[in-house]
Design a protein around this ligand. Structure first.
Ligand SMILES: *Cc1c(COP(=O)(O)O)cnc(C)c1O
Length: 394
């Protein structure tokens, strides 16, 4: 039982037979009775110290069984021994950076990353400074004070792929964190390439239905312990209802990812041939610079792409205004098709120079292809592109 399709359906459900249930119980308790103070004290110490569970859960900031089932499922999907869930992807990254701050003096990170991740790292808000590097500069930049190397692959929003195994090699003893949100464990398992931490904005594909904000980090026991200590102290919790919805979505994760991907391959091919489209960045196109890591590091190219419309910012805005089936909105990985403008929205906090350096252009749109019928998605995009023709060139 190691295929993602099977794990998605069955993982995190190991206690069902004992409980005699068929669906995960949703436990909304904030506190748990302590009838035996000795057991309570030992449980408190264990959980505050970062253990995954204890005889008594004590308090829901320390442990919740509904959240723990989702964590166990995710760990199995990623091939790690543990996972720790948070109230958002940003809370998950914050916990990683706070834990890293206990282990070293700075973080090395590769651009581009999700806009708010860039902002969090670059601002030094959590007390650990970042040094931005290119993948080829990591080996030289790593020193005894490096706490963590962070990469995002596929990268948001340009769909750049980074060779995880090469980064792990260059990082030496320093742990590598991969934001694998765009890939999901269905398409990529970074620990197989040697990554120590795998982060997801579970808000995206893992949730998949646009109704949960959540984050999760899959990792080994040592890091999980640190992350749970941070979570218990800072309170960046995932609410059990969110965990319940995430766990409910996992059985269809592989189906959703594969259907959206099949649609995306077709849509990317048609966009690349469209006269109003200047460029499509999608690792599933044979001519794409990143295609070599598809079929090796990634099982498939996924369902996100960036494309540049002729006519720059004004034409891109016009396409967003003209779509009828797709939702013009940030976020991604939902069952429905979403389209957004990185320069104006998700990557707004990057200054113009950094945007340009990351390849984020005024005419770029990011498309998250959904699971609707491919012809309906295409008709909508084709009509919206046509509507952009009149836009004034910016
Ligand atoms: C959305 C996103 C995040 C942030 O996650 P939230 O759940 O919105 O906090 C981080 N990384 C990537 C790649 C994302 O797409």
């Amino acid at each position: 039982m190691s295929h993602p399709e099977t794990l998605g359906v069955h993982a995190g459900r190991e206690d069902f037979a004992e409980l005699s249930v068929h669906a995960p119980p949703l436990d909304l308790s904030t506190t748990y009775p302590v009838r035996d103070l000795g057991v309570g004290t030992a449980s408190f110490d264990a959980l505050v110290g970062g253990k995954a569970n204890a005889e008594n859960p004590i308090y829901a900031r320390l442990h919740n069984p509904t959240v723990a089932r989702f964590e166990q499922a995710l760990a199995q999907l990623e091939g790690t021994t543990d996972a720790v869930a948070f109230g958002s992807g940003m809370a998950a990254l914050s916990a990683c950076l706070l834990a890293a701050g206990q282990r070293g003096q700075h973080v090395l990170a590769v651009r581009p990353v999700y806009g708010t991740s860039d902002h969090l790292l670059d601002s030094g808000l959590l007390g650990i400074p970042v040094r931005w590097v290119k993948p080829s500069e990591i080996a030289e930049a790593v020193d005894a004070d490096t706490a963590l190397v962070m990469i995002e692959t596929p990268a948001n929003p340009t769909l750049e792929l980074i060779d995880i195994a090469a980064v792990v090699k260059a990082a030496g003893d320093v742990p590598v964190l991969v934001d694998s949100t765009f890939a999901t464990p269905v398409l990529q398992q970074p620990v197989k390439q040697g990554a120590r931490l795998v982060m997801h904005s579970a808000t995206k594909f893992l949730g998949g239905h646009g109704d949960v904000i959540a984050g999760v980090v899959a990792c080994d026991d040592d890091w999980a312990k640190s992350l749970r200590q941070v979570r218990a102290a800072t309170g960046g919790l995932l609410h059990p209802l969110g965990a319940y919805l995430l766990h409910r979505g996992l059985p269809t994760l592989a189906l959703r990812v594969e259907k959206a991907q099949a649609n995306a391959i077709e849509i990317a091919t048609r966009l690349a041939a469209h006269p109003l489209v200047a460029k499509v960045s999608y690792p599933g196109l044979r001519e794409d610079a990143n295609a070599r890591l598809v079929g090796t590091q990634m099982r498939g190219p996924g369902s996100l792409m960036a494309f540049e419309v002729l006519g720059g910012h004004a034409a891109a805005a016009q396409v967003m205004a003209a779509v009828r089936l797709a939702t013009p909105a940030v976020s991604l990985g939902s069952v429905d098709t979403l389209i957004q403008h990185p320069a104006g929205l998700t990557h707004r906090t990057l200054d113009a120079g950094t945007q340009a350096e990351c390849g984020i252009t005024p005419g770029m749109l990011r498309l998250s292809v959904g699971i609707e019928h491919v012809e309906d998605i295409w008709n909508d995009l084709r009509d919206a592109l046509q509507a952009s023709v009149g836009a004034k060139v910016a």
